[in-house]
Design a binder for this molecule. Structure first.
Ligand SMILES: Nc1ncnc2c1ncn2[C@@H]1O[C@H](COP(=O)(O)OP(=O)(O)O)[C@@H](O)[C@H]1O
Ligand SMILES: [Mg+2]
Length: 1046
């Protein structure tokens, strides 16, 4: 956003001189210069705009600028002419106040430019539309036309307005322009025939000659060469930066826009050409018969006024024109007196005609333009723009300068009156107004200089410029602003800077020396009737129209009003007009005399500041209150300085301002409250407010910055967050899609596997691979079947000792085969056992016991296994031999056998019958059957046997101290195993006795009577067949030799 500068912000120097501190002429100038150096050409004094001519184009009039200033408060932005134009336009539109823009300043200070800027601004901001735009264009385009005809280059200004112009722009109730009226004041027509050194004639002459087409020039019978024309000054015909040819096209174009018809344009150009050609008419004297000289038009060779061209040049017969330049007819009371003109008089008449023709043409142009821009609808409001020629002082000042300066004096007075009227009456009375009033009175009053000139002109008798000066010298002698050599005031008698034919007036803007020559004539502004009648005869409707008094039918003997009178009257009307309007002032200042940019000639500016009364202007503004502002903008500007008014004050603005001032503790004498404005007495107070505001603005800026940054970051963050959510959503979606697809494909895989598996399971039976197993199982079954069936036929015998068992047909049946064999064996054994009788069972029990006792302990054992235990080998009960013995036994005989009883003395055996019952062991004589010894079983402690294959055994008895007892028995039997087994069985089944010890060893002790003899078994070579031999070795040793069993 563009930073707008307020009147109080970022200002170069001080934007409003009222706020200048300290206020002095030097500081005033310093401020102007400072601003001028920084291209700030506008500065305010309250509502007055000071404009310094920059003499170069500045980029401050762009459409953007127009927009910037549009509808803004006057003090809101930096000073600009647009601010003033806007203010004027808005109060016209919104408050129904007629406005006038008064632009004053020296020649070349920029008044015309300023008026154009104001008009273009208003045109830019007011309504739009086809109709309105046409009106705007016409109003704006009237300027180039009038400037071409009314402006000229002077030493002060290349485009100096040589006429005064006041333009009323008329608006409807909406503020749209409807049209306007232009008033012109006194064109400086003397310029047509003569220009001061370094100056030019009016632009249009040069424009026509340089810009018109060859064709046009030919038609107008003109030459392009300026030097061909007497009326054109040649030394400054070409002006730098002024393109006459281009301007001519602009003018023609403008004329067309304003509404000139093509034939009207043509007529105007013809008149311009006529003026030029008029200047080239020359005269020669011709002696008359009465001795006087009469002038005759010189026929130059190839001159412009030859017979053939007469109608084309001035649209007059040469004879008519010649007559007009040769005679002057004075009519008085029905009497006509003709006097001849000499050459000088003829030239005078020629110039008078040229001037008149041109100035009438100019007036006609204004009228014609007014016709075009005339308002047909009801107008509502008016804005007047006054651009009058500026105050000027030349080397040679004549009647025109007098008039011009008179007008400026009048304007200055108006300015002073109107601006100061608003201020304190007392101050105005005391400080400044007296000066202006006194000068002005001298010029303008009933007996002012102009009135005296009129008086002089109308007086009968000879009237010359000198008589006029004399009159002035007498009347104004005492006036303190009038100076003349011949005045009664002795002070000037010796003033050599004051020529005799001159008088000097001390104007508000400086002293001006006027040459009195021509005053009377110019004021009379008379054209000989012969001339106007001649012009009326012209074969040209416009010329005819411009000289109505030449119509012989309307002879008017009444003297036309003098120029001075007309001017006074029109200025008077103007002033009355202005006073009904709300004035807006633009005070133009010229920074230098060289028309140069960037140069600030202090003395020159100081002079202008003085005579324009700008310092007084500031002082008056400040005398009461330096600064005033309507409550609304004031509150708007400073409301941030107080909590109660910031950010919004609800209530009347005035109360808001009161609260604000109270809060800021501004001393009560520093300001006061008006009806609609607050008045601040001292600029310091304003600066204090401004400083506070500046600080506050910085804080606010920081705050705004903070909030903005916060907001920006936050919105950025929210955006990021939103984007993140979107991204995340998309990503999640994507990820889930991926995941889902993975799961889906995995599911499909699993599903297909499962289904495959199910289907395979279902169909497995149909598979070839399974056929194998089936076949296999079947084969196995068949094999087993065959195996078992085969086994039935190849079964071995039921004998438990049969070792046969069919061969195993298949390796895999190994376990089964072995197990079956075992089971079969067990079963066969069981079967076998189940056929046993009780006796047989007992026999086998005995055999079993024998095995337990002797197996692997005694070498004799294996040979005993196959021998059945008969028990009663002697058949004792049956054999009558043993009748007696048998009957002696009270117990059943369990065993009866013949044994050898070893003699302890020599080791020789004696046969004895051995009987065993449940209770005792009985030894009896074999032959007799006589019982030799009976040993109750309980006396038997142990039995000793050898490990060898012999039949020796020792029965060991309890030790008894009975000498009748012969001791232990050492016996030998073929049925040793059976005997010992039965002995052991009896011991095992008897409850009252201890278990019989069976001692198996190759060396044991045997008790014989009192002696203990050791029986030792040795392995010996077989002697005497296979029998065992026992020998007594010594008392204590009995050696048994057992043959080795092969
Ligand atoms: N605001 C401006 N910007 C640029 N140049 C300017 C400005 N005002 C005046 N001038 C220049 O100064 C010259 C004289 O201005 P002008 O308005 O004709 O003076 P005045 O009407 O007061 O005699 C103009 O031709 C122009 O070159
Ligand atoms: Mg001007």
């Amino acid at each position: 956003m563009e930073v707008k500068t307020s009147l109080l912000d970022n200002m170069i120097g001080v934007g409003d001189m009222v706020l200048l501190e300290p206020l002095s002429e030097d500081s005033f100038l310093e401020n102007l210069k400072n601003r001028f150096d920084h291209n700030e050409i506008y500065t305010y004094i309250g509502s007055v705009v000071i404009s310094m001519n920059p003499y170069r184009s500045l980029p401050i009039y762009t459409p953007d600028k127009v927009e910037e200033y549009r509808n803004r408060n006057f003090y809101e932005l930096s000073p600009h002419i647009y601010a003033l134009a806007d203010e004027a336009y808005r109060s016209l539109r919104d408050q129904d106040k007629d406005q006038c823009i008064l632009i004053t300043g020296e020649s070349g200070a920029g008044k015309t430019e300023a008026s154009k800027l104001v008009m273009s601004y208003v045109a830019a901001v007011c309504g739009k539309g086809q109709e309105v735009n046409k009106v705007k264009e016409q109003l704006l385009q009237s300027n180039p036309v009038l400037e071409a005809f009314g402006n000229a280059k002077t030493v002060r200004n290349d485009n100096s307005s040589r006429f005064g112009k006041y333009m009323d722009i008329e608006f409807d109730f909406k503020g749209d322009p409807l049209g306007g009226v232009i008033s012109n004041y006194l064109l400086e027509k003397s310029r047509v025939v003569k220009q001061p050194r370094g100056e030019r004639n009016f632009h249009i002459f040069y424009q026509l000659l340089s810009g018109a087409s060859d064709d046009t020039l030919k038609k107008l019978k003109l030459h392009r060469d300026f030097s061909k024309y007497n009326y054109l000054s040649l030394d400054s015909a070409v002006v730098n930066g002024l393109d006459d040819a281009a301007n001519f096209r602009t003018v023609r174009n403008a004329m067309q826009i304003v509404g000139f018809m093509e034939d009207e344009v043509q007529s105007v150009l013809e008149l311009v050409a006529a003026v030029l050609k008029l200047g080239n008419i020359e005269f020669k004297p011709e002696s008359r018969c009465n001795g006087t000289d009469e002038s005759r038009i010189k026929d130059k060779n190839g001159g412009l006024m030859d017979e053939k061209q007469e109608t084309k040049s001035l649209f007059l017969m040469k004879s008519v024109l010649e007559r007009a330049f040769s005679y002057r007819t004075v009519e008085a009371k029905m009497e006509k007196v003709s006097t001849t003109l000499n050459v000088a008089q003829a030239y005078y008449a020629r110039d008078a005609l040229a001037k008149n023709l041109y100035s009438r043409l100019f007036s006609w142009l204004v009228t014609r333009i007014n016709e075009s821009i005339k308002v047909t609808k009801t107008r509502h409001k008016v804005m007047g723009v006054l651009d009058i020629y500026g105050f000027e002082i030349f080397e040679d000042n004549s009647f025109e300068q007098f008039i011009i300066n008179y007008c400026n004096e009048k304007l200055q007075q108006i300015f002073i009156e109107l601006t100061l009227r608003e201020e304190q009456e007392e101050y105005v009375r005391e400080v400044c107004l007296w000066f202006y009033i006194s000068v002005f009175n001298m010029l303008y009053n009933q007996n002012g200089i102009l009135a005296m000139l009129d008086e002089e002109c109308l007086r009968p008798g000879t009237v010359t410029d000198e008589t006029f000066l004399d009159k002035l010298n007498t009347v104004c002698a005492e006036h303190q602003h009038f100076e003349s050599r011949l005045s009664k005031n002795s002070k000037f008698l010796t003033d050599h800077s004051l020529p005799h034919s001159c008088f000097r007036i001390q104007h508000y803007a400086g002293k001006v020396l006027y040459r009195v020559e021509g005053f009377v004539d110019k004021n009379n502004d008379l054209l000989y009737r012969d001339l106007s009648q001649a012009m009326y005869k012209a074969n040209h409707s416009l010329i005819k129209q411009l000289f109505p008094e030449g119509n012989p039918a309307k002879v008017n003997l009444k003297r036309p009003p003098t120029a001075g009178f007309q001017f006074r009257a029109s200025v008077g009307t103007l002033m009355r007009n202005l006073q009904t309007k709300n004035p807006n002032y633009i005070r133009c200042i010229k920074p230098n005399d060289k028309k140069a940019s960037h140069i600030f000639t202090e003395s020159l500016v100081r002079h202008q500041v003085r005579y324009l009364g700008l310092m007084e202007n500031v002082r008056v503004r400040r005398a009461g209150y330096a600064f005033r502002q309507a409550y609304e903008p004031c509150l708007e500007r400073y409301k941030m300085l107080c909590k109660r008014t910031w950010p919004h004050w609800r209530g009347p603005a005035r109360e808001g301002v009161e609260v604000l001032m109270a809060d800021l503790q501004v001393p009560a004498e520093e300001f006061s409250y008006g009806r609609s404005k607050i008045f601040i007495r001292n600029p310091r107070t304003l600066f204090f407010l401004e400083e506070r505001r500046r600080q506050c603005l910085q804080d606010l800026a920081t705050l705004i910055q903070k909030i903005y940054r916060g907001w920006k970051c936050r919105s950025q963050f929210l955006l990021l967050k939103k984007s993140q959510i979107v991204v995340a959503a998309w990503y999640r979606r994507y990820a889930q899609q991926k995941k889902y697809q993975r799961i889906k494909s995995a599911t499909t895989v699993v599903q297909s596997y499962t289904r495959g598996w199910q289907v395979r399971r279902e169909y497995r039976k149909f598979f070839r691979a399974n056929a194998g197993k089936k076949i296999y199982d079947f084969t196995i079954q068949r094999i087993m079947q065959k195996y078992f069936l085969g086994l039935k036929s190849t079964m071995p015998s039921m004998s438990p000792i049969d070792k046969n068992w069919p061969a195993r047909p298949y390796l895999f049946l190994d376990g089964v085969h072995t197990e079956l064999r075992r089971i079969f064996h067990l079963w066969r054994c069981k079967k076998y056992r189940s056929q046993f009788t009780e006796e047989k069972k007992a026999v086998y029990e005995e055999k079993l016991e024998a095995s337990e006792i002797f197996k692997d302990k005694k070498a004799l054992y294996p040979s005993s296994v196959s021998q059945p235990f008969k028990g009663d080998y002697l058949e004792i009960s049956k054999n009558p031999k043993y009748q007696k013995l048998s009957s002696a036994m009270d117990e059943k005989v369990l065993l009866a056998d013949v044994v050898n009883k070893i003699n302890r003395a020599n080791g020789k055996g004696t046969a004895r019958i051995f009987l065993l019952t449940k209770k005792s062991v009985v030894l009896a004589d074999q032959k007799t059957g006589q019982v030799k010894a009976s040993v109750p079983l309980p006396d038997l402690t142990s039995v000793s046997v050898s490990t060898q294959s012999d039949g020796f055994f020792a029965l060991k008895l309890k030790e008894v101290r009975d000498p009748s007892v012969k001791g232990d028995f050492l016996l030998s039997s073929e049925h040793l195993i059976e005997i010992i087994t039965k002995l052991h069985r009896i011991g095992a089944t008897a409850a009252d006795r201890e278990q019989l010890n069976i001692d198996i060893s190759d060396e044991f002790l045997v008790q014989f009577k009192q002696d203990k003899v050791c029986v030792k078994f040795i392995q010996g070579a077989p002697k005497n067949g296979n029998s065992v031999s026992c020998k007594r070795k010594n008392n204590r040793l009995l050696e048994v030799s057992v043959p080795t069993t092969a």
